[in-house]
Design a binder for this molecule. Structure first.
Ligand SMILES: C[S@@+](CC[C@H](N)C(=O)[O-])C[C@H]1O[C@@H](n2cnc3c(N)ncnc32)[C@H](O)[C@@H]1O
Length: 256
């Protein structure tokens, strides 16, 4: 009990003290309020450096964007063959995952036509602004640039007919979370088209960290709920493998 209160009690008795409290002349002792503990948002898990025995490559920064638009790319990678193998149809919703400055985005936009749309996803705003310049210059209206995070591609659930990932997957520092989210985003019959430089082929002139073997790709995709539905082995430097959801009963061509 505060000293002043004790003193008054001995001098005047409890009735006078009660009267003083009641009329507000004497402030009652302040009771400390329990404050709610601050809520802390769940921290991100640490990005991986290895996944299932494979070393993850650092992502290619926007400083290398010119390499993606180099003149020799068509001759080296036969990009027209790759895009044809995707069998994109007008009106579809497709995604260029890790679109960079939009080499494939622009081609996909043409294929889906004005009734379709391309979700162009990347984690680097600089890449998206390079893409944006091209979209404005070419007056392309059916592309939606999406700034994502390394753990979340920010795709709508159940809506995407095809996700193209060219030379990107091996850079994912959260491969499981990315695979889970991409899987969820697929529409019935929807597919992921994965292109990676062939690790098995020493004549492909790309750094080892940026190449993948078929065996490693299957090792990582299958336990994450994705089944191989088709393979296209006609590209000069890359594997092109198509995956669907393992619980998808929609018609998919058999794997070769
Ligand atoms: C080598 S570039 C390939 C660009 C494009 N696919 C092409 O073939 O022209 C890799 C791109 O993937 C992006 N990337 C890396 N990790 C990513 C992630 N988790 N989500 C989305 N984009 C990612 C990088 O920012 C970079 O723009």
């Amino acid at each position: 009990m505060p000293r002043l209160l004790q003193y008054l009690l001995t001098l005047t008795g409890p009735f006078v003290v009660a009267a003083l409290l009641f009329t507000g002349w004497l402030a009652p002792p302040v009771v400390a309020q329990e404050t709610a503990a601050p809520t802390v948002a769940d921290p991100l898990p640490a990005p991986l450096q290895f996944y299932m025995g494979r070393e993850i490559a650092p992502y290619m920064t926007f400083h290398g964007a010119d390499w993606l638009m180099r003149k020799e790319r068509q001759a080296e990678e036969d990009c027209s063959k790759l895009i044809k193998a995707l069998k994109i149809k007008p009106g579809q919703t497709v995604c260029d995952m890790g679109c960079g400055n939009g080499f494939y985005t622009l081609r996909m936009a043409r294929m889906v036509g004005e009734n379709g749309r391309v979700l162009a996803v990347d984690i680097q705003p600089e890449m998206l602004s390079l893409l944006d310049k091209q979209l404005k210059g070419k007056k392309i209206k059916n592309v939606e640039p999406i700034l994502s995070t390394p753990i979340d591609p920010a795709l709508p659930e159940g809506k995407v007919d095809l996700i193209l990932i060219v030379d990107v997957y091996h850079e994912f520092s959260y491969p499981e979370q990315m695979l889970r989210a991409m899987r969820k985003s697929l529409s019935p019959g929807g597919r992921i088209a994965l292109a990676e430089f062939r690790l098995e082929d020493p004549t492909v002139p790309i750094k080892l960290l940026h190449k993948m073997s078929k065996q490693q790709i299957l090792k990582e995709y299958e336990p994450n709920g994705l089944k191989l539905v088709e393979q296209y082995d006609e590209l000069p430097w890359q594997h092109l493998m198509f995956f669907g959801r393992d619980d998808d009963v929609a018609e998919t061509p058999a794997a070769k």
